[in-house]
Structure formats: C-alpha cells, structure tokens
Design a protein around this ligand. Structure first.
Ligand code: NAD
Length: 370
C-alpha cells in the first residue's frame, strides 16, 4: 500500500498506560501486516517512568526520539500518590505533556465521541435522544484564546480588593488554520461543520464567525452553520445526533468536549489527537486516550484498551492519511462491541448477552476481528 516506513514513538507512561499501549501496538502491527504498511515503533519512558529511568518526566532521549518520529502514540502520565514534594513544573503532567504540546506546536485537538447503539445503556441520555448512535468530532483550538492571551494576572487594587484579568485573543491566521483542520476533518466524515462562538457578545466571536465563513467558501462540499456556545451546550444534551464536527476556540472546546465525552459513557472509549504542522501530506500528531492513568485499576487487567486503540486509528487517519487502515480498526472495534465483549467500564450486569473480559482479551479480540 505504501513504500514509506512510518517512524512512531510509543510512550506508555504510567498507571494503565503500559497495559493499554501494549494492546494498541498489537493492533498497529496487525494493521501494518494486513495492509502492507511499514511501521517502525520505538518505545521510550515518559512520566514517572521517565523520572525513574532518567530523572526527568520527559527524558532527553525520549524527546530526541519524538523529534525523529513522524508521530507520537502516548499512554498517559501522572500518579497522584507519588512524591508530593516534587515541584509542579517537574511533575509529569506539566513537564511532559505541556512540554510536548509546546515543542511540537500542537494547535489542534480532535476529540471524537462515538456511542455505538450496543452501548446505549452507558449513555446518560434517554435512548430516544440517542437516535441511531452518537458520532461527534470536537475540533478544539489548543494554543490561543483566553488560556494564553496577555495580559493575564491578578493585581492588588488600592481599595483592598484584587482584580483578576484574562485576555481572549485570536488573530485571523490562528482562526484560519484551525478552521482548515475542522473543514478537512468534516470532509472525511458526514460533511457538516458547526462553528461555535459567542458572536453576540464577544469581539472574538465576531472575528471567529467571519473568518470561519470565509475559509468555508473553499469547502463547498461541507455544510457550515454557526451556533452560540450556550445553545450548543444545550443542544448536545437535547439532540446530539444533529452534530457532525463542532469547531471551537480553546476554552469553549475544552468545556464542550468534556460535555460531549460524557455522552459516550466511559473514558475508556475516548481517543484524542493533537495535531501540529503539515508537511508533504503528513501531519505531526500526538495521539492519546482522553482519560488518565486510572491508578485505581492499574496493573489488574481491568483497563479498557479501546480508547488507546482508537487513538491508533486517529493517527493513521489524521497524521498519515491511511484512511482504509484507520477504517479497518474502527470496524474491528465495532465488531467486538457488537459481539458483546465488554471491559468492566462498559459492562452492564443487566445485559445478559454481553461478556465481561479483561484488557488483554479485548486487545486480542480486536486484533482477531481485523
Ligand atoms: P483518570 O482518567 O485516570 O480516571 C478517572 C476514572 O476513569 C477512574 O475511575 C478510572 O478507573 C476510569 N478510567 C480511565 N481510563 C479508563 C480505561 N481506559 N478503562 C477503564 N476505566 C478507565 O483520571 P484521574 O483519576 O483524575 O487521574 C489519574 C492520574 O492521571 C492523575 O495523576 C492525572 O493527573 C493523570 N491524568 C493524565 C492525563 C494524561 O496523561 N493526558 C489525563 C488525565 C489525567
């Protein structure tokens, strides 16, 4: 299918990271064999595993490996019970995650939320609101807006009060590049994009709407509509099936992606992609489950590996454009769910046709379904 060898850095991290990455790599190898694609996978420590191996949450060798790679497949990092005396900026969540985001200019976050019909019980919405299943992609701008705008400070006022200031800033080019990501993603899906803003109140919202509309003219096959963020929050609960791609600035995307995630019922089902620059038809990306290290279930063969496995599919689709291989993984996961196999987080004791299994068996079943 492709003569290229894709260089992949696999950073398992802490907690359930090594267990779910192991299954995801089996799936990646299987898909490579099936479609004759060469993947060169190199594993390296990160998080507490990095601190234990090399004294740093993101060891220099691990960072070098990432720089030499086409994409990063990441588990998760952080163990709340480990050494509370270590300074915040050296803790894995900051020293590894934020550093990688910055180093590789990851400006677009993609969070797909899929609720297959077979998992309707895991969704907090009534079945009639779930239609034939929920399938939404939240595209969130990751490096601009209120979280990074300057000035950002808390100052003392003469009257004894304090005043906190955050600044929402977007430039045309920042909006344009995330809009292109959103429209391209919509082209790979049901070709509908809903752009989220607060154009009735915010200057940023007005500019966002203007720029997204202009970029949209170059994507005649994608239907574009605009929605105020407050209405979008409500519509996600009332009629989530109306959405395909939701395009959001940083803070709105942060909030709406978590709201949308709740619809899928378990963190164990949710992958995530953070994308950087595109060169020669390839996009550098960072692919991870939406959840964390789940210390409560780590090492017990209880973790759901599907989020990590679906993040492999995201890597193939959004970094390398290997859509057929990505589809095959999505389909294999669907097959296994339809066959009634469930890890604990998605298992309902009242569903007598389903069988509860562990991390390894779930991974093996998905490889077999491929
Ligand atoms: P968490 O996501 O690790 O766990 C929350 C709940 O979801 C737990 O009950 C857990 O068992 C469950 N869960 C998560 N993933 C699952 C899976 N694949 N299968 C089955 N159940 C799953 O969140 P937390 O407990 O708040 O955080 C634990 C640690 O993870 C913290 O140190 C936190 O900072 C870190 N964290 C890291 C990342 C990351 O690396 N990107 C993201 C979130 C949290």
């Amino acid at each position: 299918m492709s003569s290229k060898t894709y260089q992949i850095a696999a950073l398992a991290g802490d907690g359930i990271g090594p267990e779910v990455i192991r299954e995801a790599l089996s799936v990646l190898r299987a898909v490579g064999q099936k479609f004759h694609i060469q993947f060169n996978i190199t594993e390296a420590p990160v998080g507490w595993a990095g601190i234990d191996a090399a004294g740093k949450a993101l060891p220099d060798d691990t960072l070098d490996l990432c720089r030499r790679s086409d994409s990063i497949l990441f588990g998760s990092v952080g163990l709340p019970d480990r050494d509370p005396t270590i300074p915040k900026d050296q803790r894995p969540e900051r020293a590894a995650l934020l550093r990688i985001r910055k180093e590789f200019g990851l400006f677009a976050n993609l969070r797909p939320v899929q609720l297959p019909k077979a998992l309707a019980h895991a969704c907090p919405l009534r079945p009639e609101r779930q239609g034939d299943g929920i399938d939404i992609l939240v595209v969130r701008e990751l490096t601009g807006g209120m979280y990074f705008g300057q000035p950002k400070k808390t100052e003392d006022l003469r009257n004894g009060q304090q005043r906190a200031i955050d600044t929402m800033v977007y430039t045309t080019s920042e909006i344009e590049r995330i809009a292109h990501v959103g429209f391209k993603a919509a082209q790979l899906r049901r070709k509908k994009l809903t752009s989220i803003d607060k154009a009735n109140v915010l200057e940023n919202g007005i500019l966002w709407r203007e720029v997204v509309s202009r970029v949209g003219k170059g994507y005649a096959d994608v239907a574009l509509d605009h929605m105020f963020v407050d209405n979008a929050a409500m519509q996600l609960m009332l009629r989530p099936t109306q959405f395909d791609v939701l395009l959001c600035e940083n803070m709105f995307g942060d909030i709406l992606s978590d709201e949308a995630a709740a619809l899928a019922g378990s963190l164990g089902m949710l992958p995530s992609a953070s994308l950087g620059a595109t060169t020669a038809n390839q996009t550098f990306g960072f692919f991870e489950p939406a959840g964390g290290t789940a210390p409560d279930i780590a090492g017990k063969d209880l973790a759901n590996p599907i989020a990590q496995i679906l993040s492999v599919a995201l890597m193939l689709r959004y970094s390398f454009g290997l859509n057929t291989a990505a589809d095959a993984i999505d389909k294999a996961v669907g097959k296994v769910i339809d066959a009634g196999l469930r890890t604990g987080d998605i298992h309902s004791p009242s569903d007598t046709s389903a069988r509860r299994i562990g991390t390894r068996e779930m991974g093996a079943a998905i490889v077999a379904a491929l």
